[in-house]
Design a protein around this ligand. Sequence first.
Ligand code: ADP
Ligand code: MG
Length: 359
Amino acid sequence: MTTQTAIFRIDGVTKSYGGVKALDSVTLEAGVNEYLSLLGPSGSGKTTLLRVIAGFEVPDSGRVFFQGRDITNLPAHERGIGFVFQNFALFPHLTVRQNIAFGMANGAVPVSAQETAQRTQAMIDMVGLTGMEDRGVDQISGGQRQRVALARTLVMQPKLVLLDEPLGALDANLRGRMRNELRAIRERMGVTFLHVTGSETEALAMGDSVVVLDRGRIIQRGAPDDVYSTPASPDVAHFLNRFNLFDGTLVDGKFTGAFGTVASPKATRAPRDVYAIRYDRLRVMPVSTAAKGPALKATYIANEYLGSSVMNFFEAADGKVVEVEHHLSLGAPETYEPRQDYLLTWAADQAIVFGREGK
Ligand code: ADP
Ligand code: MG
């Protein structure tokens, strides 16, 4: 993507607080009308990255571009970039309508009273708050407050909206519904979203593209499917929370771990030797099965229903918990006997192997 078609671009941005490098030479851009998810553990620099783009922080080094223009030193209120804060940050003494209209009534660019009223009402309808206009923001639910926060930002007609864990404060049920709404609203408005989340499920479900941040560095960027099926490093595989990760040693193209020694000709270069197999790629066999490929004896502990799948938990001899996921779309789940031993197997070519001798 060239800088012309990118809506924003940050180039080699570093930002430290005291001795902590919150951002370490981060380069990132997003296209017009793109939904970018930014995934990373707590403390990885996600909020700092948004604050640099929004103009609440000035980077120590590197540049920030928006719509082709260098805005590194432009004050936040002159950038025209929307920000939805983690805790919503609504004005508690104002009504829904007043919260949404606030930016137009008090912004850098004057908007007539008539246009303010018209845009506010259109946005109230767009986010589904019709009928709630005159309530105080302490008289509506968490999900509705989330919509006010979104409406208040979108009514300013930004071309780029930064969202800092916007669904983090909602309960699981509501979070699922708001995910769909966020996507739908973004598509209707045609704006670029940079959505920060600590949830791998949210990142994979929502973004056209997923960026993984770790300790102030981007460690992978790709389509959700690609990141999910080919994590670039053991750390990404770990954050995705979809892989059993086994320690072991990769020597001469063979990985040796608790499950035996397996030919691993396509290992990816990494600073440590790790064998990753997706939760839904394991098969559970009777313990007496004579397996040809990788096989791990493990004791069944318990299961957990997750809606569209069942997660089965096993414990290997070394105490490691191994997860086996059964998608309910494939049929009813098997039942296993607690404290019984089983053999967990998988096709060797389904694994992702990392190691110091990888390519
Ligand atoms: P995230 O949003 O991914 O949880 P942050 O961007 O908030 O991460 O923080 C990244 C790192 O920078 C953390 O180590 C955090 O403690 C530190 N940090 C962030 N903001 C400040 C600040 N204002 N003062 C000092 N340290 C900060
Ligand atoms: Mg944060």
